[in-house]
Design a binder for this molecule. Structure first.
Ligand SMILES: Nc1ncnc2c1ncn2[C@@H]1O[C@H](COP(=O)(O)OP(=O)(O)O)[C@@H](O)[C@H]1O
Ligand SMILES: [Mg+2]
Length: 330
């Protein structure tokens, strides 16, 4: 559907993207994930046509669009700041792209109505000025405006990051539902790992202008290819000499285990390394509890499901167990 081949982007002497290769498939929800400044927006802007790469190509449905102007690319765009016209009505904001395309009035009315219904905007809201709507509603308008021209693909750059936490989760779920319903190929940019994991069919993890790994949420999380990916997508314990020796791991590697994979006070299983430890402190999250345990000469962070029964206090003596197959080595 969309294919980037060996894309290099420079801003004067600064190389922001070093040979980016991505192939987004038809109908896919594909996310660019990474910390601030790693090149997500630059890659997206190369796809939409705001930036021309110094080398490499962009193909869309098999056709080379590297030098095709933005307005001929048939791509819908949703930004972090909604980039709506605040004094115009919601209706006119959504209709804007259709007017530019010189569609006839009845056709515009029909399309605006249909899309408004799909993104849950009422007739009453359509008549309001955009500035009268809440942030979440404004972002819904921005999404409607991007979808109404029936683009082949939609690109969203951190569309939820200006919203408060609760609304972000709510709109995230709606976004996913909408994407499934429309079946539209979506490229989504975020620095939020939870957003990436919950929304995406596949994720590309960016770091300093490179892609470190492309994979499904499960591949990225459970089979992180690099230490950077393992660390960025979730919390990990670096394993010290005590555990490394206990598990007979190569001493020259870097070894890690995820917090929820460490077992507390469970019967020892085959291959498992166990060590006695003492709870140093804990953080109570409700759904789960995070413990800091001094064991095997290091602090081991552990996440335990809150079952309401096995809850440990600082000073409690416990056993921690780690399976060799849960260790990620780099
Ligand atoms: N127009 C620009 N001029 C100069 N440097 C830029 C420009 N846009 C982005 N950069 C730089 O390119 C790098 C990648 O930026 P960006 O793609 O915006 O990162 P992200 O979206 O992942 O936060 C950063 O170091 C940023 O400072
Ligand atoms: Mg950005």
């Amino acid at each position: 559907m969309i294919q980037l081949k060996d894309i290099v982007v420079k801003f004067d002497d600064f190389e922001a993207l070093h040979s980016i290769n991505v192939h987004v498939r038809e109908g896919e929800f594909f996310t660019f994930l990474g910390p601030s400044g790693c090149g997500k927006t630059t890659t997206l802007r190369t796809i939409t046509g705001f930036i021309e790469p110094v080398s490499g190509t962009v193909h869309m449905q098999g056709e080379d669009i590297t030098h095709v102007p933005i307005e001929q690319r048939n791509i819908g765009i949703v930004f972090q700041s909604y980039a709506l016209f605040p004094t115009m009505t919601v209706h006119d904001n959504i209709a804007f792209g259709l007017k530019i395309k010189k569609l006839k009035k009845p056709e515009i009315e029909e399309k605006v109505k249909t899309i408004a219904r799909k993104v849950d905007l009422s007739d009453e809201q359509l008549a309001k000025a955009v500035s009268q709507l809440s942030g979440g509603q404004q972002q819904r308008v921005a999404i409607a405006r991007a979808l109404v021209t029936e683009p082949a693909i939609i690109c969203m750059d951190e569309p939820l990051s200006n919203l408060d936490a609760k609304l972000r989760v709510q709109l995230r779920n709606e976004l996913k539902k909408m994407q499934r319903e429309f079946g539209i190929t979506t490229i989504y940019v975020t620095h939020d790992q939870e957003e990436a994991l919950t929304l995406s069919d596949r994720i590309a993890v960016f770091n300093k202008g490179y892609i470190e790994q492309i994979g499904t949420p499960n591949e990225i999380y459970n089979h992180s290819k690099t230490e950077f990916v393992a660390n960025f997508i979730g919390d990990i314990n670096p394993l010290g000499a005590g555990v490394v020796q206990g598990l007979k791991l190569p001493a020259d590697g870097h070894h890690f285990v995820r917090l929820e994979r460490v077992r507390v006070n469970r019967p020892q299983e085959a291959d498992e390394f166990q060590a006695r430890g003492v709870i140093q402190s804990r953080e109570y999250y409700g759904l789960y509890i995070k413990y800091y345990i001094e064991a095997a000469g290091q602090t081991v962070k552990v996440i335990e499901k809150n079952d309401g029964i096995n809850i440990y206090e600082p000073g409690d003596s416990v056993t921690v167990g780690i399976h060799p197959q849960d260790v990620m080595s780099y």
